[in-house]
Ligand binder design. Structure first.
Ligand SMILES: [Zn+2]
Ligand SMILES: [Zn+2]
Length: 92
C-alpha cells in the first residue's frame, strides 16, 4: 500500500516538474534577433547589443516589433529608419 502511494507521489512530482520546465522554456525568455542573447520578452531594447526589439507605433501607440514593416493594429507603416531621418542634424 505504501509503495503504491509512493509511486503515485513520485509521478505527480515528475509531472509538476515537467510542466514547469515546459512553461519556463515557452514564455518568459526570448532571443534577441540581433545578437541571439536571451532577453526578457518584455524588454523593448536588448541590453547586450542595444538594438530596438519593440517600439511603440507612432499612430496607435501599441507595442510592435521594430522589424515589422507595418503596424498590424492600425496598418500604419513602421518606419524602421525613423531614428536616422529624425537625427538629421543639419550637417550641410
Ligand atoms: Zn541583442
Ligand atoms: Zn499602430
Amino acid at each position: 500500500m505504501i509503495i503504491v502511494q509512493y509511486i503515485i507521489l513520485l509521478t505527480l512530482i515528475y509531472l509538476v516538474l515537467k510542466n514547469k520546465d515546459k512553461s519556463k522554456l515557452k514564455d518568459e525568455k526570448e532571443k534577441c534577433v540581433y545578437c541571439g542573447n536571451r532577453i526578457d520578452s518584455n524588454f523593448l531594447y536588448c541590453p547586450y547589443c542595444q538594438e530596438t526589439i519593440k517600439k511603440k507605433c507612432d499612430s496607435c501607440g501599441k507595442l510592435i516589433y521594430s522589424d515589422w514593416r507595418l503596424c498590424p493594429y492600425c496598418e500604419k507603416e513602421n518606419n524602421k529608419e525613423e531614428s536616422y531621418y529624425g537625427a538629421n542634424r543639419n550637417n550641410y
